[in-house]
Design a protein around this ligand. Structure first.
Ligand code: SIN
Length: 283
């Protein structure tokens, strides 16, 4: 089978002609890797993979970063459970973010496999931080060049979490926990504009969930600038929804995209399995 790569609207690409339940050949991996670097998020349809095959595919990209704050799969600790039960109001990931920017070596990407879907709704939106950077006004590009920002997980997963409403709800039934681990995390600093390690393209690397402030500016100046960047990045020109079906898999690059899980299926269950792959320090 030959692999076909089909653009997914404004963000991402669908990979056709590959069966992830079989070992991926070196040549297939090369093509998939190139599409991943180019598009920032890739999608697969009509797959039927076991948890073990999910883990094996993830390991082909790098070591697995085991999530400290999400409930783990009972038999496969490498897999974080992203579940919303019918009686829950809040969901995991219901705000624009990029996974693990609170790590000193931020995650390369996350592979999300649909396991149980609501009858409708439950899509995930993706925004391209390559496209958002390219369209930044020159004034902002100049203002941000060389700047660094502090990121944190404490205000999201720690005992004093206030920023991320979803946590309040999900933690209470044990889906997210480990606030003691979040409370003692040090906050990393990353460039606001990165050169992507795979594609060499420039991308914006701050996000509304985990970025605290831009260094070297007053608190107000930093907040004003971050809000301006966020308004720009979440604009309609840089985003696209992905509508899940049985057998769908999304693999996003956390250095090139933001994502956002819609919370529009109250009363129904949604279960996704996520594996996050370790990355490296950003420059
Ligand atoms: C996530 O934010 O990692 C989960 C996204 C989703 O459930 O669609």
């Amino acid at each position: 089978m030959t692999i076909e790569i089909r653009k997914h609207g404004r963000v991402g690409a669908e990979i056709l002609g590959i069966d992830l339940s079989n070992p991926v050949s070196a040549d297939e991996l090369k093509q998939v890797r190139a599409a991943f670097a180019e598009h920032g998020v890739i999608f697969f349809r009509d797959q039927s993979i076991s948890e073990g095959q999910h883990i094996a595919f993830a390991r082909a990209w790098g070591p697995i970063n085991i999530n400290r704050f999400f409930a783990a799969h009972p038999h496969h600790p490498e897999i974080a459970l992203v579940v919303k039960e019918p009686d829950q109001q809040h969901n995991i990931g219901g705000g624009w973010h990029t996974d693990h920017s609170y790590d000193f070596e931020p995650a390369l990407g996350s592979i999300l496999v649909a396991r149980e879907l609501p009858p409708q709704g439950g899509a995930t939106a993706f925004a391209s931080m390559y496209a958002a950077y390219d369209a930044l006004p020159q004034r902002l590009k100049q203002q941000l060049e060389g700047r660094k920002a502090v990121h944190s997980a404490r205000h999201v997963f720690g005992s004093k979490a206030v920023a991320y409403e979803a946590v309040q709800d999900t933690r209470s039934d044990g889906r997210i926990g480990n606030s003691a681990a979040a409370d003692v995390l040090d906050d990393p600093v990353h460039p606001v504009i990165i050169t992507h390690p795979l594609s060499g393209k420039r991308a914006i690397y701050v996000n509304p969930s985990f970025t605290l402030h831009i260094q070297g500016l007053s608190e107000q100046g930093s907040q004003d600038l971050l809000q301006e960047i966020y308004a720009h990045c979440s604009g309609p020109d840089f985003q696209e929804d992905f509508h899940w079906r049985e057998g769908s898999i999304a693999f996003w690059d956390n250095r090139a995209t933001w994502h956002y899980a819609y919370n529009d299926y109250h009363g129904h269950r949604r279960e996704m399995h996520r594996i996050t792959i370790a990355g490296s320090a950003l420059a």
